[in-house]
Each structure stands twice: as C-alpha cells, then as structure tokens.
Design a protein around this ligand. Structure first.
Ligand code: SF4
Length: 213
C-alpha cells in the first residue's frame, strides 16, 4: 500500500487563494525541495508520520468538510499524493493543491484546482521555477506571487506580461512581516492591476506562529 509522509491534518479557515474564507481541511505533506527566506512552515521540512492513503482519507472524512487543501512543504514530492487527490476528487471533494512551482504539475488530477507559486526574487528561490508548468495550468487554476518588497512587486508585474498568464486568477500576497499590506494594496490600486490582493487570513485570525490553523 502506498504511504505518504504527512506533517499534519487539520480543519481551519482557508487563508489564501480565491477560496480564502472557506472552511477547509488541510493535509500538510512533509518535505520541501525549496528553502524560501520567508518560509513559515519550516517544521514541515522533516517532521511527519507515514500514513496509508486510506488512513488519510478516513481522517479527512471525520471532519465532514467538502473542501480539502493538499499543501506542504511541497506535496508533489510524495508520489502517493497524486492518488490521494484522485481519490478525494472521486469521493466528491473539492480539492485544492498548493504547490511551489518547481515540481511538474503535469500528472495532477484535472479536477483539482492548482494554486501554484511563482517565487519572487526575495524568496531566494526564483530560479527554481519550472516554466513548462505554465502549459499544464487550466483556466480555473491560480497563480500566487508572494511579494516581499518593491523589487518583487515590479518583478511580478513584469512576469505576468512575460508569461501571458492573465487568463488565470493571479494572487498577490504580501510576505508576512516583510511588506506592509497597505503598501502592496496602494501599488496595486495605483497601477490598476487586474489581479487579486490576498492576505494570509489565518495569520490575522490567530497568533501568526500558531500551527494547525
Ligand atoms: S516552498 Fe513553501 S514550504 Fe517550501 S520553503 Fe518555500 S515557503 Fe516553505
């Protein structure tokens, strides 16, 4: 049986993406191939327990929630994640996959909504972006830029044009504690950008260092 190294499974409010504000079950898969400067889930790099896919499905079922977010770390590093998402979709769940953009999304179930990062320079991991992922994105998928400073903002603005990705939902989110939300909001308004301003809602609802929210 296939097993996945899982860091935590919990129910909370989805804090990001166009699903922000919805009650959601999170499956946080352990392990990540990147080391972003602002990473707030370092605890998921190593910590985790191997669980059978069926065990994970059972735990998710107990929460009685239709929206399930598969997140990390980087979930696509675990081979079993593809099957987990397929089974979730088949069981009628709305599935979100949060991925860092550096691993191929080619084989992800087409019914899952992918929320893919394009890492900006201040992350220190912008060179790891797998550009061919852009051709596998569906119109319903979302692209997230975490903006740490003005340089990131200008870089992201240019990337939208260079990659021609406005057909997707584009999310700009200020890196928590690096960039004031008001500064980012004002730049977006001034430039009339056709993107969505995002906040990591869970960090404003609960203590920002709290886990499992
Ligand atoms: S991709 Fe996500 S989990 Fe991995 S280092 Fe970056 S912020 Fe942290």
């Amino acid at each position: 049986m296939e097993r996945i190294k899982v860091n935590e499974i919990f129910k909370s409010i989805q804090g990001e993406s166009s699903f922000a504000g919805r009650v959601c079950v999170f499956v946080r898969v352990a392990g990540c191939n990147l080391r972003c400067s602002y990473c707030d889930t370092k605890y998921a790099y190593e910590e985790g327990k191997f669980l059978e896919i069926e065990e994970i499905l059972k735990k998710i079922k107990k929460f009685k929630c239709n929206l399930v977010s598969v997140t990390g770390g980087e979930p696509l590093l675990e081979k079993g994640v593809y099957k987990l998402m397929e089974k979730l979709v088949k069981s009628g769940k709305q599935v979100l996959l949060e991925t860092n953009g550096s691993v191929s999304i080619k084989d992800v179930d087409k019914k899952a909504v992918i929320v893919m990062d394009i890492k900006c320079p201040s992350s220190g991991e912008d060179k790891k972006f797998l550009q061919e992922n852009l051709k596998y994105l569906k119109p319903s998928d979302e692209i997230k830029f975490v903006i740490g400073n003005r340089k990131d903002y200008l870089w992201a603005k240019k990337a939208i044009k260079t990659f021609g990705i406005l057909k997707h939902k584009i999310l700009f989110s200020p890196a928590f504690e690096s960039l004031k939300p008001t500064a980012l909001a004002e730049w977006i308004i001034k430039d009339n950008l056709e993107i969505r301003f995002n906040l990591q809602l869970h960090k404003y609802i609960w203590n920002p260092s709290r886990r499992g929210v």
